[in-house]
Design a protein around this ligand. Structure first.
Ligand code: SIN
Ligand code: CO
Length: 384
């Protein structure tokens, strides 16, 4: 597929001027864009058990309905006024996953999934807000997209218990999108996409943890690992001025006592790396029936014609400070401190597939073979 054509912008300018600040439409961002998945293939996924699909329909903007998949048939929905939305299509379609390569100017830990929608004429989810950034690529067909600016006077509407909308808003962008156009919508900006004809949209959705989730997961980890059980101490205590007063000094000491848990850099890094690589959508992980040994993998590599594949949509990242670690699907794998280890970690975290040639130069060391063997035995990488 053609590269993202930024026009007068660059990714750097985009980050400075638009990212989390202003909506943007780039017309013809992808020349000759072709859908990485067809409406029929999408419908096929929506018929599968355990995947996240919804159909939102309306009758002349009233009587909104939300139905959840799996669907047995789509006949009942007719020719117009409905949209099929499917989360994390990138976990089941490698070509859809490949769209993410255009957005690698933002680290992959910020990306959640690629949601795909198929909308019939007049179909859409209605005006609403999202808490996350999104890039929407217009695929086949045309859609009218309106995006407004944050407006505290907008009111929330709930036309159906599973559907949050907002009152009509003043559009800042109001355009008809065509194949290859790219829309960027920052969090909490009202937007509404109404299909003009049968159309496909590919939404690159981002994720951003909230502080509450971070604190609660962090404290769960403290409890799991029996950390933080020591008691507050105050051996330098001075005479109390008023026994009922909780002094500023004591408040400060108690706060620092709590914060000291965050200051163990290795512990925090392991926590955050694992946290950010947890996947919130179903994945196709197949654990091998018989685990591989490092000898099996060495032999496969020596034979030379094997290709290793990473599970589509699985979250991975690596950390090089304070410790070297590779994080995969909420787990961490220790690495050596040499530069080869960092290169291997970067390959395993960035690439979707690796040939023996790409891996071979690093595979001399048993520790790196052990790492690949572990990942294969977890089913996070596989051999086809
Ligand atoms: C879509 O209908 O494809 C996108 C829905 C949204 O605005 O979140
Ligand atoms: Co939205």
């Amino acid at each position: 597929m053609n590269r993202l054509n930024w026009g007068d912008l660059t990714p750097e300018k985009f980050l400075n001027e638009y990212w989390q600040k202003k909506p943007l439409l780039i017309k013809n961002a992808f020349r000759d864009f072709t859908d990485p998945i067809t409406p029929d293939e999408l419908a096929g996924l929506a018929m599968e058990e355990g995947l996240e699909s919804r159909i939102i329909s309306h009758k002349n903007k009233s009587n909104w309905q939300v139905q959840h998949g799996p669907f047995e048939s789509f006949d009942q929905f007719g020719e117009q006024n409905w949209t099929l939305l499917m989360q994390a299509v990138n976990n089941f379609s490698k070509k859809t996953h490949a769209l993410l390569s255009h957005f690698n100017f933002v680290p992959s830990w910020r990306i959640d999934d690629v949601m795909v929608s198929y909308s019939t004429p007049n179909g859409g989810v209605g005006a609403h807000l999202d808490q996350y950034d999104v890039f929407i690529i217009q695929g086949a067909g045309k859609r009218r997209w309106q995006v407004g600016l944050p407006d505290p006077t907008l009111t929330e509407l709930i036309p159906h218990q599973d559907l949050k909308q907002i009152s009509p808003f003043e559009p800042y962008i109001d355009e008809i999108t065509e194949a290859g156009d790219l829309l960027y919508i920052p969090p909490n900006h009202p937007h509404n996409g109404i299909s003009i004809e049968n159309s496909m949209n590919f939404s690159i959705g981002f994720q951003a943890p909230n502080s509450q989730e971070l604190w609660s997961t962090f404290t769960d980890k403290l409890i799991d690992q029996n950390r933080g059980e020591q008691r507050f101490n105050d051996k330098d205590r001075k005479l109390a001025a008023d026994p009922a007063l909780l002094s500023q000094e004591d408040i400060g000491s108690l706060k620092n006592f709590m914060l000291s848990q965050l200051e163990d850099e290795n512990f925090f890094s392991e926590f955050i790396g694992n946290y950010l690589t947890q996947c919130h959508h179903p994945l196709e992980i197949l654990v091998p029936v018989t685990p591989f040994t490092t000898d099996d993998i060495k032999q496969l590599i020596d034979e030379g014609d094997v290709v290793f594949y990473k599970v589509s949509g699985i979250k991975s990242l690596f950390v090089n400070q304070p410790n070297n670690a590779l994080h995969f699907n909420g787990e961490s794998f220790d690495l050596d401190t040499d530069t080869d280890s960092e290169t291997v970690a970067s390959l395993l975290a960035n690439e979707q597939c690796l040939t023996v040639k790409e891996f071979k130069s690093f595979s001399v060391c048993l520790k790196k073979l052990t790492l690949l063997t572990n990942l294969l035995n977890k089913g996070y990488w596989y051999i086809e």
